[in-house]
Design a protein around this ligand. Structure first.
Ligand SMILES: N[C@@H](CCC(=O)N[C@@H](CS)C(=O)NCC(=O)O)C(=O)O
Length: 265
């Protein structure tokens, strides 16, 4: 049996990590039986990141490497009938979401003060006070170094959101009004698409990217097309007031400088 190591459910989602939600969605779409181990701390993971799987004594870390292993070992039912150019499109869009758009999400959650408070409370709230302050300070400092090395934090917040909106629009345009990225049947790329769209639309986090009307429409389309194979994420009611407050703040930002409903870049 495949052992799937992921984070605990958070913020009304099965996983607030888009990479874990991607792999969980893939396992479900490919109908691969698995058992879940839900963790708070990825430091014991083979690459100190989640997700990873253990199968027949073999450990594979990284969602893309896991999917590639699973396809080799159990077959590729989601890839049947796809042409090389369809696969190339799916691959390129997923790499965009994972390697660039992800950082916009990361910035929103960990660098915007209102959300930073929420994620720190969710992940480190149980740690005793003096130690908690020390740990969270170090975590945020390390993240800042990471974001600077990656390059995103060298831009203004408006520019960061412009990148995010351009990315999700590219994905939405490719999705069009089809139920899945490449047509009527889900492909592996829909696991990534769904995981990122769900995470961008999730409460309490929002940003000009998350409230982009087209993004929400694409997410709705996925949920409808999924007919239970992809999930309708639960609404996290308790975050309502924070969501409303930050949504107002984001709307002001939108009016100030981000032409959300007009072509950008
Ligand atoms: N490329 C990896 C990315 C995994 C990843 O970045 N996971 C994050 C959560 S979204 C993580 O475990 N971070 C913990 C850390 O960096 O300490 C994959 O596809 O699995």
């Amino acid at each position: 049996m495949i052992e799937f190591h992921k984070f605990v459910p958070q913020f009304g989602m099965r996983d607030a990590s888009p990479f874990c939600l991607k792999l969980e969605t893939y396992l479900r779409l490919a109908e691969l039986a698995h058992v879940k181990t839900q963790l708070m701390d990825p430091s014991e993971a083979p690459k100190q990141k989640l997700p990873y799987i253990v199968d027949d004594g073999e450990t594979i870390a990284d969602s893309a490497l896991c999917i590639s292993y699973l396809k080799k070992k159990y077959g590729d039912p989601l890839g049947e009938g796809l042409s090389p150019d369809q696969k190339a499109l799916g691959h390129a869009l997923c790499v965009m979401l994972e390697e660039r758009t992800y950082w916009v999400m990361f910035y929103t959650r960990w660098m915007m003060p209102d959300y930073q408070k929420i994620v720190l409370e969710a992940w480190f709230g149980a740690v005793p006070a003096p130690m908690r302050d020390e740990i969270t300070k170090k975590v945020i400092e390390d993240m800042k170094v990471g974001l600077r090395a990656q390059g995103l934090s060298r831009h203004s917040e408006d520019e960061i959101f412009q990148f995010g909106i351009a990315d999700v629009r590219a994905f939405e345009d490719a999705l069009g009004d089809k139920p899945y990225l490449l047509g009527d049947r889900p492909a592996e790329y829909d696991a990534t698409g769904y995981a990122f769209l769900a995470n961008f639309c999730a409460k309490p986090f929002t940003s000009p990217v998350g409230i982009c009307r087209k993004l929400q429409a694409a997410h709705r389309l996925y949920r409808a097309g999924g007919k239970g194979r992809l999930w309708l994420e639960r609404r996290a009611k308790k975050w309502g007031p924070v969501f409303r407050k930050t949504r107002r703040a984001v709307k002001n930002l939108e009016h100030r400088s981000i032409p959300i409903n007009r072509p950008m870049l």
